[in-house]
Design a protein around this ligand. Structure first.
Ligand SMILES: NC(=O)C1=CN([C@@H]2O[C@H](COP(=O)(O)OP(=O)(O)OC[C@H]3O[C@@H](n4cnc5c(N)ncnc54)[C@H](O)[C@@H]3O)[C@@H](O)[C@H]2O)[C@@H](O)CC1
Ligand SMILES: Nc1ncnc2c1ncn2[C@@H]1O[C@H](COP(=O)(O)OP(=O)(O)O)[C@@H](O)[C@H]1O
Length: 596
């Protein structure tokens, strides 16, 4: 069973956890103790981010080379270094997020910073406001007016002249998109940022980011840094909202209970509403194990591909190279003569005849002429329960394959457009725009419509996966709830319980979105699934085969692909394009750089 690097919480869960902390502080007669602890850590981060050394690494760039939002913009940073210690400005709302901001301002002022707080609501947190005044923070009261009303005044110049803004307008207490004067204020601030970029440090979440599935339905103040209080929130790591967070840092608040929910939902599933992030070089390396002393090519795994066509020959080569990078002992490629010649010229070890395989991939670069071979391999996998990856063109075959494939062993790897087309073909009319605005929701819908694992490719790729783990392990780990749940399914899967582990990898580069990049990923996933199951997979019940298609393996492949793209982009300082072949080439150096 998988425990990823961490669970990202829903806003409701985060609010409940935070409330418990506040209640405990209140019971001890100091209701703001927790808030001051948050503010102290925020103030430390703000001071650090104001230091010259932090600038070159931290300024954002739109073409990010990122670990979820971390940006590089070295030249712009250098230009601002001299006067970045000018004044700090905070925008303060009427809730506790504003309270955090005011205490933060007070602490910064006490440490010698020049700070001005703009109160956007008449009901700012009273004790925090008093502390800010006492510390010498400049206070500007908007009394409910939009910030736009200040344009042309000296206060407006203070806002524009600041190098660093602190966003305490709203946090996780906001419901729905921002409305009224707050919406206008945020729009106005974003306009100023577009004209004159600055550091924007969001306390907990960028103001306006309110949807657990990362949907962007209204104005959000675009942060360069987001300081997540206590735990990451789902919207901070999900596209499209992730783009507004900039570099994400955690403010540790000793939150407990941020583990997988063991309570089944209405349909009896565990963890289907959870979201994890994957950020582990070591775990990724475990998916590509060093061969054992006596391993021959068959022991290392053989992958069978139906990829490439006379219409799209290059896809056959790129998928092949993705598979080879996974360390399989052999790739068997079924393709046209033209593709075979192309592949053999680059990779003479590839075998063009059929035979024993441990996993399969159909789809990259296929055209109508390749339909029969793709269907045949899919059907073979369905009958044998062998892992099958369905990508690109072959995704259009899914509606006719639904009854024949083995969903537990099948992975669909659509991009947004393909996901929309497939969902529509399966009876759920969906546009590409709808997928782009709520990719997690659509990945889940695709799983529900097909039963398959889904790798939804995008700026941040989502792995919507699950495992059937032995009841004994689940119960050991999670206690009574799981035991009760498993009993209800005993007739269906005796001894097993289904656990969902939707995951995003915390690494990305926008240079990865290039033709053929997905072919490499599909090949890599199929290759990883052909490798012998080892430490990286969940254990199966006594006597059963070890599980091959797991969240851990799929996430590892996605992570390696993104890391390879990022490393290739970094070789060019993130400023020059990379090609799909660069990603394939870089996978082995990423693996080589990871200590095993
Ligand atoms: N709960 C607590 O006691 C603490 C919360 N902290 C911080 O405070 C934040 C949560 O505080 P709150 O629960 O007070 O809420 P927020 O401060 O996030 O937001 C609540 C305010 O936003 C307004 N609002 C809500 N939805 C809106 C919308 N759609 N458009 C415009 N205005 C809207 C409300 O009227 C209210 O004034 C967290 O993110 C966290 O950072 C902690 O750091 C300190 C203790
Ligand atoms: N803006 C982006 N930032 C990072 N990665 C991206 C972006 N856009 C696309 N990608 C990645 O690029 C790959 C493109 O795959 P796909 O669309 O299938 O292309 P192809 O079929 O040409 O190989 C996917 O891995 C996807 O996650």
């Amino acid at each position: 069973m998988l425990i990823f690097d961490g669970r990202a919480l829903s806003f409701a869960k985060a609010r409940a956890t935070e409330c418990a902390h506040v209640e405990a502080a209140t019971a001890q007669g100091d209701p703001d103790r927790y808030m001051r602890q948050v503010a102290e850590k925020v103030a430390d981060q703000v001071r650090y981010l104001c230091e010259p050394a932090a600038w070159p690494r931290d300024l954002p760039a739109t073409t990010a080379v990122t670990r979820l939002g971390e940006g590089l913009g070295i030249d712009e940073a250098a230009a601002h270094i001299e006067d970045m210690d000018a004044c700090l400005v905070a925008f303060v709302g009427g809730g506790d997020n504003g309270g955090d901001a005011l205490y933060t301002c007070a602490m910064l002022a006490e440490r010698g910073k020049v700070v001005t707080a703009f109160l956007l609501k008449p009901n700012a947190h009273a004790r925090a406001l008093e502390a800010a005044r006492e510390a010498g923070v400049g206070i500007v009261e908007l009394s409910g007016r939009s910030l736009r009303s200040l344009e042309g005044t000296p206060e407006w110049n203070t806002i524009c002249g600041a190098r660093v803004w602190i966003d305490g307008i709203v946090g996780i207490g906001a419901h729905g998109p921002l409305t009224g004067e707050l919406a206008e204020t945020v729009t106005c601030l974003n306009e100023e940022l577009r004209a004159h970029p600055k550091k924007v440090i969001a306390i907990d979440v960028p103001s306006g980011l309110t949807d657990d599935d990362g949907n962007v339905a209204g104005p959000i103040l675009r942060a360069t840094h987001t300081l997540a209080v206590g735990a990451y929130k789902r919207a901070q790591i999900l596209p499209p909202a992730v783009e507004y967070c900039g570099q994400l840092r955690m403010i540790g608040m000793y939150w407990s209970g941020a583990h997988t929910d063991t309570t089944p939902d209405a349909e009896g599933r565990i963890g289907a509403g959870d979201l994890y992030y994957y950020d582990s070089d070591e775990r990724a390396a475990a998916a590509v194990p060093i061969p054992a002393f006596a391993d021959d090519k068959y022991a290392r795994g053989v992958v069978g591909l139906v990829a490439g066509s006379d219409t799209y020959p290059g896809a056959g080569l790129l998928a092949t190279r993705g598979s080879l990078a996974s360390g399989v002992g052999m790739v068997r490629l079924n393709s046209t003569r033209r593709v075979q010649d192309l592949v053999l010229a680059a990779e003479p070890g590839v075998v063009m005849v059929g035979g024993r395989i441990q996993s399969a991939l159909i789809g990259p670069g296929l055209d109508e002429d390749r339909r029969e071979d793709a269907l045949e391999l899919a059907q073979f996998c369905g009958q044998s329960g062998m892992p099958l990856v369905i990508d690109a063109w072959a995704l259009d075959l899914v509606p006719e394959l639904v009854g024949t494939i083995s969903p537990d062993a099948t992975v669909l790897t659509p991009h947004y457009g393909e996901a929309a087309r497939l969902l529509s073909a399966l009876g759920h009319p969906t546009t590409r725009e709808q997928v782009a605005s709520s990719p997690l929701r659509c990945a889940r819908a695709l799983h529900e419509a097909t039963g398959c694992h889904v790798v939804l490719k995008g700026p941040v790729t989502i792995v919507y996966s699950f495992e059937d783990v032995p009841l004994s392990r689940r119960a050991e780990a999670d206690g009574e709830n799981a035991r009760r749940y498993a009993d209800t399914r005993a007739g269906e899967r005796p001894g097993l319980t289904r656990v969902y582990e939707p995951t995003v990898a915390r690494v990305t580069t926008s240079w990865a979105g290039v033709a053929g990049s997905g072919d490499v990923l599909a090949g890599l996933i199929a290759g990883v699934l052909a490798r012998p199951a080892g430490q990286d997979t969940a254990s199966s019940p006594e006597g059963a085969r070890r599980l091959l298609v797991t969240s851990a393996r799929l996430s590892a492949a996605v992570f390696l692909h993104a890391s390879a793209a990022q490393t290739a982009a970094m070789r060019r300082q993130g400023r020059a394009p990379i090609q799909a072949r660069d990603i394939a080439d870089e996978i082995s150096s990423v693996l080589a750089s990871i200590a095993q």
